[in-house]
Design a protein around this ligand. Structure first.
Ligand SMILES: Cc1cc2nc3c(=O)[nH]c(=O)nc-3n(C[C@H](O)[C@H](O)[C@H](O)COP(=O)(O)OP(=O)(O)OC[C@H]3O[C@@H](n4cnc5c(N)ncnc54)[C@H](O)[C@@H]3O)c2cc1C
Length: 493
């Protein structure tokens, strides 16, 4: 039991590969055997730093295919990864062994009457949003609709509707899960409740979700959303506005107003901005963004307007900000308690600028995010109700360092770690001084959001007090640690 050394499949005989091919209806693509033009696109990842040359990629077309592939993995003790939207920061959907690539499992079925969506495990958030929007409903998904349902749901999932409806995982009603022995089971409040607990925040530790059933919400077709970009000389006022914006606007909006401060470092300056969403009519929305406009002048071409919800989460908006070549990324995050210290925010921005300034021509699309959303709905769920352990009413501070040159990988990764470690120290010291080290509803909640990390955090920082139960579940559902890519729990350690 426990973590065993797995093989990468490079020594599999042609008979074994033929047996795999004949056990599934979907494609089996093999490195060096399948045409390059078929193989290469399959190992592409949003974060190009995590492109790995997997030996075998299976593209299941049914649950039976998933099941047969898992049995093959177990039989040959293969290294295995699951890939859904391939949009993770830290690379757990990449590997050198066998990839179960869910891109062919993309059906969405909406039940308008019961307000639910039954979604196959390879769907993107956008596919669910579009299908729901067509009948006046909305799921809870993340800010960017290109992310896969697989990663965002099993890791927790925070979106612009989370202040009203909680995490993506909190809106999961049931799932069908392929276990390490290839069996497919239902996980819900009625069946396999322990597994249902584990897949809501425990990532891929317990199995591969072939189908999610989500709760949907009635909604107006449009939302007020956009970016407000502000001049560099307003940076100090910008950081000083954060507490007012949070306390007097966001927390008084019944969850309708969500806002993320976006800071770039351009030309040696701090360039501040806000991404906003208001889930209500424009006249109402304008009152909420007025303090941002008052900071002005707002850069021409930036600003918010009424748009379809699916338009507000469209990846195309974001792509304009990120040249496609700049896709080597490290994401790190921490959490700060309210009221925020403007002083720490300013120091954090300066430190962020210092890292970017080492290679400005490469790191200029990097961004610092100050997430001013109302987390009380998420924090109202008891910490032991699901595996997700970051339920607190803090402000997430996250940084994405983005570059394009492979030779900078090591240096930027290290700089990102050093940066976040410094910020965490400031936050901790400040919290201790003010006696607010932990003001979350749940005292023992963790202080990081595991979906925005470099993948290298301690397990206890990710799962907090839920780690013990995670280990029990791992023993039951994956004792040989087949699923070992995203914060894998070892039942024996
Ligand atoms: C541009 C961008 C914007 C983002 N915005 C947000 C946001 O607003 N809110 C937020 O919460 N997060 C956000 N994230 C983080 C994102 O939610 C995670 O990176 C998530 O893991 C992506 O899921 P994926 O399926 O696309 O990733 P993949 O790389 O395919 O998989 C990621 C992990 O999930 C596991 N997994 C995938 N599918 C399944 C499945 N069916 N069953 C079991 N395990 C599975 C994989 O094994 C892997 O460990 C963002 C990421 C990016 C790149």
């Amino acid at each position: 039991m426990g973590r065993a050394k797995r093989n990468d499949g490079s020594n599999l005989s042609s008979e074994a590969l033929d047996a795999l091919r004949s056990s599934v209806s979907g494609k089996v693509v093999v490195k060096g055997q399948s045409p390059e033009e078929e193989y290469r696109p399959l190992i592409e990842r949003w974060n190009r730093m995590h492109i790995k040359e997997a030996n075998i990629i299976v593209l299941p077309e049914s649950e039976e295919d998933v099941s047969a592939t898992i049995k093959f993995v177990a039989e040959h003790n293969l290294d295995v990864s699951i890939s859904s939207g391939r949009h993770t920061y830290s690379g757990p959907s990449s590997g050198y062994g066998l990839i179960i690539d869910l891109r062919k499992l993309r059906q969405v079925r909406i039940d308008e009457e019961n307000m639910t969506a039954v979604v196959q495990g390879g769907c993107t958030a956008g596919e669910v949003e579009s299908a729901a929007e067509a009948v006046g409903l909305r799921p809870v998904m993340g800010a960017v609709n290109a992310t896969g349902c697989g990663g965002i749901t099993t890791g927790g999932g925070i979106g612009n509707l989370s202040a009203q409806h909680g995490l993506v995982a909190d809106n999961l009603l049931a799932a069908r899960v392929a276990l390490a022995d290839g069996r497919i089971v239902v996980a819900s409040d009625e069946e396999n409740q322990d597994l249902f607990w584990g897949i809501r925040g425990g990532g891929s530790n317990f199995g591969l979700v072939t189908e999610f059933t989500y709760k949907l919400h009635k909604a107006d077709p449009e939302i007020y959303s956009g970016f407000f970009m502000l001049p560099a000389d307003k940076a100090d006022a910008y950081f000083e506005l954060m507490n007012t914006l949070y306390q007097d606007y966001i927390m008084k909006s019944n969850g309708k107003f969500a806002c993320i401060g976006f800071v770039a470092a351009v030309g040696g300056n701090i360039a501040p901005g806000f991404l906003v969403w208001y889930d209500g009519p424009e006249e109402e929305a304008k009152k909420f963004v007025q303090p941002i406009i008052d900071l002005g002048p707002v850069y021409p071409g930036s600003g918010a307007h009424m748009q379809r919800h699916t338009e507000s989460t469209d990846w195309a908006h974001f792509e304009k900000l990120f040249p496609p070549a700049y896709n080597r990324i490290v994401g790190t995050s921490t959490q700060m308690s309210y009221p925020l210290s403007a002083d720490i925010l300013k120091k954090t921005a300066q430190e962020f600028k210092a890292v970017v300034s080492r290679h400005p021509e490469n790191l200029f699309v990097s961004k610092l995010m100050i997430d001013l959303r109302d987390y009380s709905k998420i924090a109202s769920v008891p910490l032991d109700a699901t595996a997700y352990a970051n339920r607190r009413e803090g402000c997430m501070i996250a940084a994405d360092f983005i570059w394009d040159k492979e030779e900078l990988d090591k240096e930027v990764m290290q700089a990102a770690k050093g940066f976040m470690s410094q910020v965490r120290t400031w936050v901790k010291e400040d919290g201790e001084q003010r006696g607010i080290a932990d003001v979350g509803t749940h005292v023992a909640a963790t202080t990081l959001y595991a979906l925005i990390t470099d993948g290298d955090e301690k397990l206890v920082s990710v799962f907090g007090p839920n780690i013990g139960r995670m280990k029990e579940l791992k023993k039951k559902y994956d004792p040989n640690v087949m699923w070992d890519k995203w914060y894998p729990v070892d039942p024996d350690v």
